[in-house]
Design a binder for this molecule. Structure first.
Ligand code: MLT
Length: 261
């Protein structure tokens, strides 16, 4: 896997495939770039897919402290610079969507368009922040197994094949507790991004699984309503990981979206 070096020589790994408009795909919690395996193996026509591992996940090195959405966005911006890309379409699944919105806030000129997948614009409330801290403490003390068991039933639609379920579970179990705890604490500090979406002028595609119980279709509609001209697509027979559960439908949407650039 190619790697760039960030400050203090920290390794930041990514995979890329395909050709056309750069499409940065940012993974969710607690996964890695491998959650974009279908999009890397069969890239949507018109896009060069670039999928990094956030700090501490997959093959990227850890950095101490909460992994805020801004910190992860800063890493992704450094990758665009290292690849000499002036801008990219920026997409993210769930936590990756929070990072995509942070990136658009930090450096709007780098964002040609947004793909917001099974995510939400709102910040955590106080109860949500307390749950994030409880997750962080639990994974540090006991490993990621408890988190995986509690998340797995909510991630995938009932009809998702067992082979996909098995891959998702294995990917989650592989992630380092320190990275998972830092990302959980980082998500708790994220800001509301409704103002950012209301002023974003680029093409925007919002995708959600019909059965997503973590970031439900109502959250997707809220984001799409904020961005002028945004396209909202609800994928049937999918829950929170639409790109893994329904890769063919997901690819068709991206290929249509690619024609806008
Ligand atoms: C994710 O899939 O990235 C997480 O469910 C996001 C979250 O917990 O808010």
């Amino acid at each position: 896997m190619p790697t760039i070096r960030l400050g203090e020589g920290r390794a930041y790994a990514y995979e890329e495939r395909g050709s056309g408009t750069p499409l940065l795909l940012l993974h969710g919690f607690p996964f890695s770039s491998q959650s974009f395996r279908p999009q890397l193996d069969s890239p949507p026509k018109g896009f060069r897919v670039i999928a990094p591992d956030h700090r501490g996940f997959g093959n990227s090195a850890m950095k101490d402290g909460p992994s805020s959405m801004n910190a992860m966005a800063g890493d992704a911006l450094a990758l665009l610079e290292a690849l000499k890309l002036e801008s990219a379409v920026v997409g993210g699944v769930s936590m990756g969507g929070y990072v995509a919105m942070a990136l658009a806030r930090m450096d709007p000129g780098k964002v040609k368009g947004l793909v917001l997948i099974d995510t939400q614009a709102t910040a955590d409330d106080e109860a949500g922040k307390a749950r994030r801290e409880a997750v962080a403490v639990d994974v540090i003390q006991n490993g990621v197994g408890g988190l995986v068991s509690s998340m797995l039933p909510k991630l995938l639609a009932a009809k998702t094949p067992d082979v996909v379920r098995g891959r998702v579970e294995a990917m989650m179990l592989k992630q380092a507790p320190e990275a998972v705890a830092a990302a959980s604490r980082g998500m708790a500090t994220r800001v509301d991004s409704k103002d950012l979406l209301a002023r974003f002028a680029g093409p925007t595609l919002v995708i959600v699984g019909e059965h997503d119980a973590i970031t439900p279709p109502a959250k997707a509609k809220e984001m799409a309503d904020l961005v002028s001209g945004a396209q909202l697509e609800v994928i049937p027979e999918a829950a929170h990981l639409t790109n893994l559960e329904q890769p063919a439908a997901f690819k068709r949407l991206l290929e249509q979206f690619a024609t806008k650039f």
